[in-house]
Design a protein around this ligand. Structure first.
Ligand SMILES: *[C@@H]1O[C@H](CO)[C@@H](O)[C@H](O)[C@H]1NC(C)=O
Ligand SMILES: *[C@@H]1O[C@H](CO)[C@@H](O)[C@H](O)[C@H]1NC(C)=O
Ligand SMILES: *[C@@H]1O[C@H](CO)[C@@H](O)[C@H](O)[C@H]1NC(C)=O
Ligand SMILES: *[C@@H]1O[C@H](CO)[C@@H](O)[C@H](O)[C@H]1NC(C)=O
Ligand SMILES: *[C@@H]1O[C@H](CO)[C@@H](O)[C@H](O)[C@H]1NC(C)=O
Ligand SMILES: *[C@@H]1O[C@H](CO)[C@@H](O)[C@H](O)[C@H]1NC(C)=O
Length: 387
């Protein structure tokens, strides 16, 4: 019954209005304050993060959004105008000043709101104030809105999230719209009409167990992503405590190939050296930003041992061979059964310093380290079946 009502609302919402902001043709890339700093943010910190995005080459690698999460707000709205206002201690110069600073660095600026009566830090929510708040964000020069789900009074998310979509549209400012309703009520079904991406799960955490839990939830929905509307398995935990180098590579590669938003969440002012090598791998980023915008899907696995995820690119094919064991494991990619490819295949290993592996027919085997990945790009160089 609920499904039926939801479907009716989707159809209705689609007719009345649908998201058409021209944004998110490839998954968004950037940084968000939550995973590392939680509620401890202020304008000094955010400005130094903007500086670090330039200094360490994040912006040039494609990370353009600098996004505040919760705790930017004061505990009450402005008493006269009802507008949202920043916490005066943390952001004494205000949000517009901060957005200007970020824009002057050649970056885009994102903010956080909530589709409820209060947000997840018990600051004012936007339910019932959608138009006023969307206009406030637009007036400040906001380019991205993460819209959370706390204190939502159990109102249908399609209704709550569509209201903010329409309010953002009415401002005429292009604002990337990130639905954060924790994967509830199948947002992969209706999210594309409403936002540029939708969270598919509860919050991620900086532990290997959380990465695996989140990944497993993507198995049967990965194909719902496409340009303009992406599955969002939550922000990256690379660079935060708790993950080995190989685990960071796996997390980053799988999220990239799933066409997830690539939002870094570590302290960019002091980037761990091995995390820099992960976050700035331009070949993996190119998989994420490929203009075809088609996610990998899982084509083979043995529970708790290995997984093979494959999908097309605009100029070839990508395969992620993932080892879930605590020992190294040989994983064999079969070009025909796993990718539907015949003939001679040029194989490139996107993490290898010596990436071109040669021309192969039938299959390619890689010894994958514990909790690690091998990411292969495949290009057909000669297909006798097509001649
Ligand atoms: C942020 O802080 C809240 C409140 O203390 C806590 O519940 C939450 O787990 C924290 N999140 C992270 C990512 O540390
Ligand atoms: C700003 O936030 C950072 C990170 O939480 C903290 O180290 C710093 O002390 C804060 N600065 C001010 C002025 O509050
Ligand atoms: C900010 O919130 C506090 C309550 O925490 C309130 O006393 C104060 O008046 C608010 N500031 C403004 C400018 O409204
Ligand atoms: C994916 O699988 C989960 C349970 O494993 C199920 O609840 C959900 O409906 C499935 N989604 C799709 C799109 O099939
Ligand atoms: C690959 O070759 C098999 C025959 O061995 C054929 O059945 C299949 O259609 C071919 N697939 C492609 C993508 O060419
Ligand atoms: C792989 O095949 C391509 C196309 O036939 C050819 O140009 C190239 O030399 C081959 N490389 C190797 C290492 O065999």
């Amino acid at each position: 019954m609920r499904m039926f009502i939801s479907l009716f609302i989707i159809i209705f919402a689609t007719i009345v209005s649908c998201l058409d902001n021209g944004l998110g043709k490839t998954p968004p890339m950037g940084w968000n304050s939550y995973n590392h700093f939680n509620c401890s943010i202020n304008e000094t910190l955010i400005k130094s993060i903007a500086d670090a995005m330039i200094k360490y080459g994040f912006r040039n690698a494609g990370y353009t959004y600098l996004n505040l999460d919760y705790c930017w707000q004061n505990k009450t709205r402005d008493k006269k105008t009802n507008r949202l206002i920043p916490d005066p201690k943390a952001f004494p110069k205000g949000i517009k000043d901060l957005a200007n600073y970020v824009h002057n660095k050649g970056l885009l600026f994102g903010i956080y709101g909530d589709a409820g009566t209060a947000d997840c830090a018990n600051r004012p929510g936007s339910l019932g104030f959608e138009e006023l708040d969307a206009q406030t964000f637009a007036d400040w020069g906001v380019d991205y809105l993460k819209y959370d789900n706390c204190h939502n009074n159990n109102i249908d998310p399609i209704i709550r999230y569509s209201k903010m979509r329409d309010a953002l549209k009415a401002t005429n400012r292009p604002i990337y719209y990130s639905i954060c309703n924790w994967g509830e009520f199948d947002p992969h079904i209706w999210g594309k009409e409403v936002g540029n991406s939708w969270r598919t799960t509860v919050d991620i955490y900086h532990s290997w167990e959380s990465i695996l839990f989140t990944l497993d939830k993507q198995r049967n929905i990965s194909t719902f992503s496409s340009p303009g509307g992406w599955n969002d398995p939550d922000m990256l935990e690379i660079g935060n405590a708790g993950l080995t180098f190989d685990e960071q590579k796996s997390h980053f590669s799988l999220w990239a190939a799933l066409k997830a938003p690539l939002l870094l969440g570590f302290d960019l002012r002091n980037p761990p050296k091995n995390t820099l090598a992960v976050a700035l791998n331009e070949k993996i980023i190119a998989v994420n930003q490929d203009p075809l915008g088609q996610s990998v899907k899982i084509v083979d696995f043995v529970d708790d041992i290995y997984e093979i995820w494959t999908g097309p690119l605009s100029d070839g094919y990508v395969a992620v061979l993932f080892n879930r064991l605590i020992i190294p494991y040989d994983i064999t990619l079969n070009f025909e059964t796993h990718c539907g490819l015949n003939g001679t295949i040029a194989v490139t290993d996107l993490w290898d310093d010596d990436p071109f592996k040669g021309n192969f027919t039938d299959s390619y085997t890689s010894q994958v380290p514990s909790h690690g990945v091998t990411v292969l790009k495949l290009q057909v160089v000669d297909n006798k079946f097509l001649d």
